[in-house]
Each structure stands twice: as structure tokens, then as C-alpha cells.
Design a protein. Structure first.
Lengths: 304, 141
């Protein structure tokens, strides 16, 4: 069989066996029909695809590319299942050779998958993203702390401008020594009046700046922890990922039971206003099928 | 394939969010039973670069890898301090330059003050000129 004619079974998700409406779903690539493969209590939602159609060129990673359409089609099937039942989404591009292999997947994963489906029942995933506001995305704390230095720098430039203006008048009236002297003396005293940059003062200022930056980072840390804890209190499970020091500082996902959803969203609103005072915006994204909680083995999930 | 389902949700989520989920999350079926049709790891990595470049291209500069957990064993904290050290170093540079300006202004002012004055001025302005060439400015130019 040539590569162009080889076909495989594309799998979207795992559900408990039962009636599911899959009509009208396009499926990924050239998929013909999205259907259930059932083995006892567990079913795999699959469609038949040609492997060649899934072989995306790597450059396809863009908003309108093939991969994007592929992802949306996968998500569409998962969402359809999610609307009707509890679903364990599979990662994109899970393909097995044939239906026999698919049956093997069901047999191998049944105990873990059924246990996970039971845990996910009646839950939705909500994602929260915290962004640092402001132009200096990297270090707002630092930026605030060093605000003093650009100011003092511009003050220095200011006196330099004054100096050159005095210089100018001195040059203009080079014959009248008196006025030139007067100007320079005035300038000197004004320089003396502003902070004389001594090494000690500089080091002191640096130390203060660094300490302020460190304290600001610490405060932000506490703030993020508090926000996460407040949200996780309404969730059965949660995951969080610190995003380093870009604009996005935290990405978290919460597995929220249906009855706690209002409380969760209210808590998100509360946290949004708390964080706003610290220059952090809170974005709520969802609801999602439980993508972030679909690992079969208990991986590093924080149980709230 | 239509993008319609994306619009119907209660809150908007971007394609990048969808991609991140389907590439990065979900049950992974492992083993020989799976046909490898795509290098998901590679695509996932590329996606992060794509998102990063789209969202924060300006402030990221060339150092995107310092924040990607894939490339660093450290957490964000470590990267942050390295970053703030770099920022601190840049600030220092700025302050040294500012300090230079201050010194230059003051030397110029003193020289002007002294140039009209009496005989002692000769010596002092010479010494300040020596300091000037030997000091920051000499090193800078």
C-alpha cells in the first residue's frame, strides 16, 4: 500500500458507552464519518482518515493554516461530546492503524479511563490567565523602583542645558567678563544644591531599588497565590503554570463542578478587582471540555 | 471547515487557546499501537513560539527561550532574577552615563568659574583637566 492510500483510525475522545448524537460533524482532514467504537462500558469516538491528509507541512502553524483547521475540527467533536456526556479528550493526532487497534486501546485504558470519567462527571474546565498591565511587561516592580533614576537623569540634563545657556551668554558677551562670571557662579551653586552624585549615595540608592523590586516581586507572588487559592476553593482540581516574567504571569485551569460554577465566577470577579489594584488583569476563558484534566495517570495535579 | 463553533461560546477564546489545549493537553495514548502522523512535541513547541511572537514580540526581543520551561530546568523565578540582573546592569550603565554628564557639567562650570579668576586658577584648572582626561571621560572616549 502506498503512503497516499494508507488509512488509519483517528480518535477524538473517550466516553462511557451510550447513545451520543454525532450527526453533522465533519471530523478532521478527510474524515468520512465520526462514530463510536464500543467495547463494554467504554467507547472511543473515531473517524476513518487517510494518513496522507494528516501529514501537515510544518509551516502550517498559523491562524488560518491547516493545523488550525485540524485543531478546530478536533475541538468541535470533543465539544459535541462534552455537550452531551462526560468526555475524556484525546490529544490531537491520536491515530491507530485500524479498528482492531482501537479496540486494543479501549481494552488497555478501560479501568483508568472509567475512573477518570467518573471524576470528571458534572464538571467543566475554566481557564484563568493573569497578565501584568503596563508597557514594561518584564519588570514593573523594577520599573517603578528605577523611576527615580530617569528623573534624576533628566534633572542632570536640565542643569546641563542651563549650563550651556549660561555658556552661550558668556560667549555672546565675551567682552563683559562680569556677567559671564556671574552666570557660572550661579550655575555652580545650583549644581551643588542638587544632590551631588557620591558613590555612597549611589550604592545606597541601588540597594533601595533592588530591595523595593524584590519586595514588589514577593507581594505579587503572594497576590497570585491568594488569587489561585481563592479560585481553587471552588474547584475539584486545579493546575497552574507560572509563565515566567513575560506579560502573562500565570495560567491556571480549574475543574469546576456545575453547582459551584456561579461561586467560582463570582470569586473570579472578586479576584479581578483585587488584582486590578496591583496592575494585574484577570481573564477568564471557558468553559472548556476538561482538556487540562484528562491525563489518565494521576500526574502532577493539585487536588484542592 | 467553518470557524463557527469558536464564536458561539460564552466567552471568546482564541484559536491559540484551542491549539494549546489540543496540542498540549488531553489523554496521550502511548505505545506501538499509535501511528505517528505528526510530531506533536515539535508542533507544540512551535505553537508556543508562535503565540509568544504574536503576543509579546516587542518586549521579548531575542530571549524567548529564557522563559520556556522546555529549554530551562529553572522555574520562572530563576529566569526572572537573571532578567532583573540584566535589567539592573542596564540601569547601572544608564546611571554611570548620567553620572558622567553630571561630572562633565560640574567640571565645565568649575573651569569657567576659575578661568576669570586669579593666578591660583592656573594650577587648579590644570588639575581638573588632568582628572578629566584620566577619569571617566578618558575611559569613555
Amino acid at each position: 500500500m502506498s503512503a497516499h492510500t494508507r488509512r488509519g483510525v483517528y480518535a477524538y475522545g473517550l466516553v462511557r458507552s451510550g447513545p451520543v448524537d454525532l450527526t453533522g460533524l465533519a471530523g478532521v482532514a478527510d474524515a468520512a464519518d465520526v462514530h463510536l467504537l464500543t467495547r463494554d462500558e467504554l467507547s472511543l469516538v473515531v473517524s476513518d482518515v487517510s494518513l496522507a491528509a494528516l501529514d501537515l507541512p510544518e509551516e502550517e502553524l498559523s491562524e488560518n493554516g491547516q493545523l488550525a483547521r485540524f485543531a478546530v475540527a478536533h475541538d468541535e467533536v470533543v465539544r459535541r461530546l462534552f455537550e452531551q456526556t462526560t468526555v475524556l479528550p484525546l490529544r490531537l493526532a491520536t491515530v491507530v492503524a485500524d479498528e482492531e487497534a482501537a479496540a486494543q486501546v479501549l481494552a488497555d485504558s478501560a479501568p483508568r479511563a472509567l475512573a477518570r470519567l467518573a471524576a470528571l462527571e458534572g464538571h467543566q474546565e475554566w481557564a484563568v490567565r493573569l497578565r501584568r498591565r503596563g508597557d514594561d511587561g518584564g519588570q514593573p516592580a523594577n520599573g517603578r523602583a528605577t523611576n527615580g533614576s530617569p528623573a534624576s537623569r533628566s534633572a542632570a540634563h536640565g542643569s546641563a542645558t542651563n549650563g550651556s545657556a549660561t555658556n552661550g551668554s558668556a560667549t555672546n558677551g565675551s567682552a563683559t567678563h562680569g556677567s559671564a562670571t556671574h552666570g557660572s557662579v550661579a550655575d555652580t551653586s545650583s549644581v551643588n544644591a542638587t544632590a551631588r552624585p557620591s558613590g555612597r549615595a549611589y550604592l545606597q540608592r541601588r540597594r533601595d531599588e533592588l530591595r523595593a523590586a524584590q519586595e514588589a516581586r514577593y507581594r505579587e507572588h503572594v497576590l497570585l497565590d491568594d488569587a489561585h487559592d481563592a479560585l481553587a476553593a471552588h474547584a475539584s482540581e486545579s493546575t497552574r503554570r507560572s509563565e515566567g516574567h513575560g506579560e502573562v504571569i500565570l495560567t491556571a485551569a480549574y475543574l469546576v463542578p456545575a453547582q459551584a460554577e456561579d461561586a467560582f465566577l463570582a470569586a473570579a470577579d472578586t479576584q479581578a478587582s483585587v488584582l486590578a489594584t496591583a496592575g494585574v488583569t484577570l481573564e477568564v476563558i471557558g468553559p472548556w471540555p476538561p482538556y487540562s484534566f484528562a491525563a489518565l495517570d494521576a500526574e502532577e495535579k493539585t487536588h484542592a | 471547515m467553518s470557524m463557527q463553533p469558536l464564536a458561539g461560546r460564552s466567552r471568546p477564546d482564541s484559536l491559540a487557546d484551542v491549539l494549546e489545549r489540543v496540542l498540549d493537553k488531553g489523554v496521550v495514548i502511548a505505545g506501538d499501537i499509535v501511528v505517528n502522523v505528526l510530531d506533536i512535541e515539535l508542533l507544540s513547541l512551535k505553537l508556543r513560539l508562535f503565540i509568544a511572537s504574536a503576543q509579546t514580540a516587542q518586549e521579548m526581543g531575542m530571549d524567548w527561550w529564557t522563559r520556556d520551561a522546555f529549554f530551562t530546568s529553572q522555574n520562572g523565578e530563576g529566569n526572572g532574577s537573571a532578567r532583573s540582573r540584566l535589567q539592573g546592569w542596564r540601569d547601572d550603565q544608564g546611571q554611570v552615563e548620567a553620572g558622567d554628564d553630571d561630572l562633565r557639567d560640574r567640571v565645565a562650570a568649575l573651569e569657567r568659574a576659575l578661568s576669570d579668576a586669579n593666578g591660583h586658577a592656573e594650577q587648579r584648572s590644570e588639575s581638573s583637566a588632568t582628572r578629566r582626561t584620566g577619569g571617566h571621560e578618558g575611559a569613555k572616549r
